[in-house]
Design a protein around this ligand. Structure first.
Ligand code: C5P
Length: 227
């Protein structure tokens, strides 16, 4: 199971510093919208040139052609994991998967099913009268059938997704907290070891590493807990 550190900082200096500090213990670095919209593809290229593996968390969602072109650009950047929104539908995900295929890229496309910020009430507000758990399963089946290599999911969904889809999808989960560490604004959390037991391919961790006095030690501690 890979450990992915969320580089939730807003400038390149901080991003490179954190990556340098933790490179021994962290497997991939996640660049999200906040950092990407500020610093752009150059930051990703530089991190790649320094030998780092990247998850680009852009949650793409647009018409199929636009997403396909964006996927091509992200494949060119050499990112290992790329997120998109499953609610873009099968045509969008198929177009993304075809673009990846045409590029001959190894980038894994990971749709996000239901944002963890969405509850039943929020789903009803956008016209979906299914429970969040049912909606996750429905979107997951559609997305994997449309050609996605995996999914971003909450730790609570791991077991059920493994039951339905077996071992091959690459399942990446945030919402991870080592026992005893601050929960911050996360709601339904799991320990790194539980996520591994439930079938995570990779865990995304941010603040427990970023805010630690010694980020590399904190990351190494998390890795050790999963052995
Ligand atoms: O600091 P923390 O460990 O909570 O960071 C988790 C990372 O995972 C953040 O970058 C956050 O945006 C992301 N994320 C999440 N929950 C989701 C999807 C992404 O926490 N459902």
């Amino acid at each position: 199971m890979d450990l992915i550190l969320a580089l939730d900082v807003n400038n390149t200096t901080e991003a490179y510093r954190l990556a340098d500090q933790t490179a021994d213990s962290v497997d991939l670095f996640k660049v999200g919208l906040e950092l990407f919209t500020r610093e752009g593809p150059e930051l990703v290229r530089n991190l790649r040139n320094d030998g780092h593996r990247i998850m680009l968390d852009l949650k793409l969602h647009d018409i199929p052609n636009t997403v396909a072109e964006a996927v091509r650009s992200c494949c060119d950047l050499g990112v290992e994991l790329l997120t998109l929104h499953a609610t873009g539908g099968p045509a969008m995900i198929e177009a993304a998967a075809e673009a990846r295929e045409r590029e001959g890229s190894d980038t894994k496309l990971l749709p996000v099913t239901v944002l963890t910020s969405m509850n039943q009430e929020q789903l009803i507000a956008i016209g979906i009268d299914r429970s969040p758990a049912d909606q996750v399963l429905r979107l997951a089946s559609m997305a994997l059938q449309a050609g996605a290599q995996g999914l971003v999911c909450s730790p609570m969904e791991l077991e059920s997704l493994r039951q339905h889809h077996g071992q091959s999808p690459h399942l990446v989960t945030p919402g991870i907290r080592p026992a005893g560490s601050s929960v911050d604004d996360q709601q339904r959390i799991a320990t790194p070891a539980a996520a591994k037991t439930w079938g995570a391919s990779a865990i995304v961790v941010g603040r427990p590493i970023r805010k630690a006095t010694h980020p590399n030690q904190a990351a190494q501690h998390i890795k050790d807990m999963c052995r």
